[in-house]
Design a binder for this molecule. Structure first.
Ligand code: EPU
Length: 363
């Protein structure tokens, strides 16, 4: 039974698109993850249209072992070889723009397999407001909606009008509003039980503003742009800031922020302040009264910047990011580093930091 998703009469962008299901066995893992981990995938099934999903989930004959749907693998850590079936989204039809002659906003629907930054680039070039602060984030649109990607004071949840889905249990096309997706910091209904793994995002409809809506309050963004910036100008500034701080995964394999920031009670924040000199800890007050403490700062205080083991290390300019330093790191090397960092932060501050990357296991 479908509990809260709305059954769609028509899937996203019905039309005469070529459907193509490609099934490959014993595939190289490396191009499927930005961490650059090496290994094998038992079966890879790539699809290019919503109709492919209906076909695939009617027969299910193609499934071997555990089935996991992935995008560009930019937030994943594969634990060893993957002995099941990876389903990879290639739904990337031209974007659909719905303008209801409203003066304020416009709706833009993009396929789940579109590169998120291509969407940001296109929106900025059309002068539409909303996605510019999310520029430069690796990965696909569908994964962005699962993960609730965020940067420079904007989360994609702020822009989502509707998420178009394929329900693998009912083999039906459905949709959910942003409320129904239960978005939180880097999380959604799609990442939590009991719905985890049930839905595959096929497309996302964003509500973008026609009127200027610059969001410049995060960090130094305001000083990097002019008094009345365009979305293009903000996009450029965001990309420049990211390039200065974050490693290019083509050069040093990584999955962006490896850890989440800490969201905690005031008492914990006060305790941390009392441990450090001069009792100053960077922090942000959350709407619910709790305190957000940058995990990058906690890790830096433990002396981890630029350090690591023989294969994996902590990025010098942003210690929230772990890199495949030699290009030959295994998931064991990365997890060994993760665990050492977690232990040392806990020892110094009494706080348990949590990974943000998704670990993909065979079971
Ligand atoms: N900081 C340090 N040392 C450093 C870097 C940062 O102490 O070397 C402290 C500073 O206090 C700084 C604060 O951390 O003000 C925040 O740093 P930054 O602006 O780089 O952001 P972040 O909280 O570390 C988050 C996202 C990033 C996103 C940036 C910018 C998470 C897990 N990460 O990082 O997202 O790009 O904000 O908006 O929330 C990602 O999710 O993969 C990702 C890269």
């Amino acid at each position: 039974m479908i509990t809260f998703a709305n059954v769609l009469t028509e899937p996203y962008l019905p039309g005469n698109y070529n459907t193509m299901i490609k099934i490959e066995d014993n595939v190289d893992l490396r191009p499927l993850n930005t961490f650059g981990l090496q290994g094998k995938v038992r079966r890879l099934v790539t699809y290019t249209d919503t109709a492919d999903l209906t076909e695939l989930f009617t027969t299910k004959k193609w499934q071997v072992g555990k089935v996991t749907n992935i995008g560009d693998g930019s937030n994943l850590l594969f634990i060893g070889d993957y002995n099941g079936t990876l389903l990879k989204s290639g739904i990337n039809h031209p974007i659909k723009i719905t303008d209801n002659n409203n003066d304020d906003h416009i709706f833009v629907t993009a396929g789940a397999g579109m590169t998120m930054d291509d969407l940001c680039a296109e929106m900025a070039s059309r002068g539409l407001w909303g996605t510019e602060n999310l520029s430069g984030i690796p990965g696909q649109v569908g994964a962005a909606a699962v993960q609730n990607i965020g940067a420079y004071g904007v989360e994609i949840a702020d822009l989502i009008e509707k998420v178009h889905l394929f329900d693998t249990v009912e083999a039906a096309h459905v949709s959910m509003s942003a409320d129904e997706c239960h978005y939180g910091y880097r999380t959604s209904v799609f990442k939590k039980q009991p719905q985890r793994g049930r839905y595959i995002v096929t497309a996302v409809t964003l509500r973008l503003s026609k009127r200027p809506m610059p969001r410049l309050s995060y960090g130094h963004l305001a000083v990097k742009v002019s008094a009345f910036p365009s979305p293009e100008e903000i996009r450029k500034a965001v990309i420049e800031m990211r390039d200065n701080k974050l490693p290019d995964w083509h050069q040093y394999g990584n999955a962006g922020s490896y850890f989440k920031n800490v969201e905690t009670e005031i008492s914990v924040y006060d305790r941390i302040c009392s441990i450090v000199e001069p009792n100053e800890v960077p922090h942000y007050r959350l709407n619910d009264g709790r305190i957000k403490i940058p995990t990058a700062w906690l890790i830096e205080q433990c002396g981890w910047k630029g350090k690591g083991n023989s294969e994996a290390s902590v990025w010098q300019k942003q210690p929230l990011v772990l890199i495949n330093a030699t290009g030959n790191a295994t998931s064991d090397d990365i997890i060994e580093l993760e665990e050492e960092i977690v232990r040392s932060v806990h020892k110094k501050f009494g706080v348990t930091i949590e990974p943000e990357v998704e670990k993909i296991r065979n079971i």
